[in-house]
Design a protein around this ligand. Structure first.
Ligand code: FES
Length: 181
């Protein structure tokens, strides 16, 4: 009798189908074995995850002081503003602003202002964090490269920068702590 290629394995399954099934199973296991290390290597490392957010303890920052922390490679300015600085920020008519935003829209809780410390002109880090730094005519930050001046809400008031200092995503995790990112 000629071999038709359709001889059956036990149970009546055609041998070719049986072999196809076995081959497909091995192929699936092989792909799985290759795919796992690949997918695993795509998980962010712990240190990368840690840098995705930055916790800041506000308790040691006195009124009128500022600190700079790093978040995702960017300087973040955290300033505990004085009552006068807050008042000055809120007294400005929106019409006077190049990038109109109220102070209240830029903060979550008094007296804290949290902004990304990168000038919106060409990306310099403006001065104004240290007590000895010039803060410019509006009392916030001053970028000496081309003279952009920001007010006590981090809004652009003078010079070539087109936009206010950006506010990063952050949340209060307690009365004296924030998490940026
Ligand atoms: S980068 Fe700030 S004024 Fe040019």
């Amino acid at each position: 009798m000629a071999d038709s290629g359709e001889a059956t394995a036990s149970g009546g399954t055609p041998r070719r189908d049986f072999l196809n099934l076995v081959t497909a199973s091995f192929a699936a296991v092989g792909v799985g074995a290759i795919a796992w290390p690949f997918i695993n290597s795509m998980q962010p490392a712990r240190d990368v995850l840690a840098l995705a957010s930055t916790d800041v303890d506000l308790a040691p920052i006195a009124v009128g002081q500022a600190v700079t922390v790093m978040w995702r490679g960017k300087p973040i300015f955290v300033r505990s503003r004085t009552a006068q600085e807050i008042e000055a920020a809120r007294a400005v008519p929106l019409n006077d602003l190049k990038d109109p935003q109220t102070d209240q829209a830029r903060i979550q809780r008094d007296p804290w202002l949290v902004v990304i410390g990168i000038c919106t002109h060409l990306g310099c880090v403006p001065l104004g964090q240290k007590p000895t730094d010039p803060r410019g005519p509006y009392g916030g930050w001053f970028c000496p490269c081309h003279g952009s001046a920001y007010d006590t809400s981090g809004r652009i008031r003078q010079g070539p920068a087109p936009l206010n200092l950006a506010v990063p995503p952050y949340a209060f995790t307690s009365d004296t702590k924030i998490r940026i990112g």
